[in-house]
Every structure is written in C-alpha cells, then in structure tokens.
Write a protein that binds this ligand. Structure first.
Ligand code: 13P
Length: 253
C-alpha cells in the first residue's frame, strides 16, 4: 500500500491582515523545530500572500504557501479575480479550489471548479480540491452521490497520475465552523468512497497515492482520533489554524 505523507493545511479564510499573518506564521514556524514528518501548508488571504511568502523564504520555515482560490484565465478584464500566473509570481505552491464557502456564497459549480483545476495544474500550482455534502444531502442519504459527482465534475479531463500535484479535502458542510463533528469512522468511509471514485477515473495507483484530507471542526482534542483512521491523510483546518498553539498541536498530533 502506498505511504502518504500526512498534510496539515490551515485555511485562514478572511482573517488576518498582512502584519498579523506574518506574526502568525512566525509563531507557527518557531514552534515547529524543523519537523518534516507532516507537510504543513498555510493559506492566508490574497492580501497577505506576499508578506507571508517573504517571511517563509527568509526564515526558512518548513511551511508551504497556499492561496484560497484562483481564476482560470491568465489575464484580462476580470475585475476582482486573481490569475494562476499572479500566484506563481508570489511563490504560491498550493491553492484551495471549490471550498464549500465558494460554492455556497459565490456560485461556484463543479464546472467552474474544473476550469480552476485545469488552470492551476497548467501553471504548476497544486490544487486542494474541496468536496462535501450539506446537511440535507446527508440526512437524505445522498452523501456518496453528491461527493462522487463533485469529484467526477471537478476532475473531468484531468488525466494520468495526479497524486503528486493535487490533494483532495473532504469537508462535510454541516461540520464546518459548527459544533457538529463528523464521526471519524464516517469521515473515513466517505474518504474511502472518494478514493474508489478516483480509482475508477484515474486508476487504483493514483487513488492509493493521492492524499485526502478531512476538514470540519478539526481541533487539538479530536485530531489524533481522526488521524488513526486509515483513509484520512491529514486535515484542512479553519478556526484552529488561526491559533499558533492549536495549529502546532495539530501538526504534532
Ligand atoms: P473549521 O475548521 O473552522 O470548521 O473550518 C473548516 C474549513 O472550512 C477548512 O477549509
């Protein structure tokens, strides 16, 4: 079986100005003492990417830089959008694509997610593709169908072994920023299903090698239990990634 390097990715969402972001990444980096057993990624808002990137480079922290979204065109009259080239110029390595908040509040669909994935991969950015069902879909027993459709739609036309260049995150919407946490064994089951879908599209080897994270209320108190599950390769963390102490304790689970 493939060994997959665990990943802890912090999605800072719309928090932290540039100066606060630098303070946070320094506090995380100084606490990490060079441990590389886990791949660590932080995804600040666009306005803090430059200053966080410079800090990471200067202080040589083992932390990768990620963005929270990317547009699919290189340049043009697209007011308010950020292109993959612009992210590359800031030494961004990862980019979150299709987060449920983008799907819910900004009209993101599997089709636009797919365009963003193609553009990101085409420019050597590594997408973190987010999928997950809402409460109504879960309660009506449609979780696996919804997630499979998001994976198939998102990955359409992305051929070959993408396991080194793309990460998937399963984030049940009803567990994001709420008091509800998915049971680790349930999250594991959905992730197993996602791996099967990836296998049917891109082959069993890709499916075994690609990392699939869990996201939704991951905290220092539940991380080790989640990470015991064989299919869960790490976490995409919102709230707890805004505290250096909490995020470092997640990394050292
Ligand atoms: P919380 O960890 O705050 O629930 O957020 C999860 C998330 O949306 C990460 O992308």
């Amino acid at each position: 079986m493939a060994t997959r390097k665990p990943m802890m990715a912090g999605n800072w969402k719309m928090h932290k100005n540039a100066a606060e972001a630098v303070d946070l990444v320094r506090a995380i980096g100084n606490d990490l003492d060079g441990s590389t057993a886990v791949e660590v990624v932080v995804c600040p808002p666009f306005t803090a990417l430059k200053s966080v990137g410079v800090t990471l480079e200067y202080d040589k922290y083992e932390i990768k830089l990620g963005a929270q979204n990317v547009f699919w065109e290189d340049e043009g009259a697209y007011t308010g959008e950020i292109s993959p080239l612009m992210l590359k110029q800031l030494d961004v390595e990862y980019v979150i694509v299709g987060h449920s908040e983008r799907r819910q509040f900004f009209g993101e669909t599997n089709d636009t997610v797919n365009k963003r994935l193609h553009a990101a991969l085409g420019h050597g950015l590594k997408p973190i593709l987010c999928v997950g069902e809402n409460l109504e879909e879960r309660e009506s027993g449609r979780t696996t169908d919804v997630v499979a459709a998001q994976i198939k739609g998102g990955l359409a036309g992305i051929d070959g072994d993408f396991s080194e260049s793309l990460v998937i995150a399963y984030e049940p919407i009803w567990a994001i920023g709420t008091g509800r946490v998915a049971k680790p064994e349930d999250a594991n089951e959905v992730i197993r299903h996602i791996r099967e879908v990836v296998g049917s599209l891109n082959g069993a080897e890709t499916a075994q090698k690609v990392r699939i994270l869990y996201g939704g209320r991951v905290k220092p108190g539940n991380v080790s239990r989640l990470m015991e599950e064989p299919e869960i390769d790490g976490a995409l963390v919102g709230g707890a990634s805004l505290s250096a102490e909490d995020f470092v304790s997640l990394i050292k689970y």
